[in-house]
Design a binder for this molecule. Structure first.
Ligand code: FE2
Length: 174
């Protein structure tokens, strides 16, 4: 940890830095959204192509906000492709999917997983006495949940939405 005049105790800062390393998930989702922006195919192409570029930018902004808070608290923000490969475990596999429904389903699972993980982190940072980091994570949570809404709004049927939820439940139980 880098020395700082920040008022928080070092053990609180160290725990928050550990939590904010979840920025790796935001970077992973940004990359997945960008790959989908390039490769998605289907009748809603142009709207999805543009929406996925917006989601990419929002996830980059979320990662930037988390990284800068992490460094302000004395940590080191990692963002290389190698680090993302070794540390991001978002659950769903995007692979070489190109079909509209398949891509949106995979992305929905990824955003839902990140959203779920943020809730506990918002609570924990508040409880250990770092409301500022809790606020940062709340802001990220708002962005992720809005992105999740945009993705789900394009899912073609209730049946597909239910399959996403059942896969998410299975992942949570692993
Ligand atoms: Fe582009």
């Amino acid at each position: 940890m880098t020395p700082t005049c920040n008022h928080l105790d070092e053990n609180v800062r160290a725990r928050t830095v550990s939590i904010l390393r979840a920025l790796t998930l935001a970077l992973d989702l940004a990359l997945r959204s960008k790959q989908s922006h390039w490769n998605i195919k289907g009748p809603g192409f142009i709207a999805l192509h543009q929406m996925l570029d917006d989601l990419t930018g929002q996830m980059h902004d979320a990662a930037d906000t988390m990284a800068e808070r992490l460094v302000a608290l004395g940590g080191f923000a990692e963002g290389t492709a190698q680090h993302i490969h070794e540390n991001a475990c978002i659950g769903s596999e995007l692979g070489h999917r190109t079909g509209q429904a398949d891509v949106l389903t995979a992305l929905t699972q990824g955003y839902a997983t990140f959203s779920q993980s943020l809730i506990g982190q918002i609570d924990e940072t508040a409880q250990i006495g770092d409301p500022t980091s809790s606020d940062v994570l709340t802001e990220v949570s708002r962005t992720v949940d809005k992105s999740l809404w945009f993705l789900e709004a394009h899912l073609p049927s209730d049946k597909l939405a239910r399959s996403v939820l059942s896969e998410q439940t299975a992942l949570a139980g692993q």
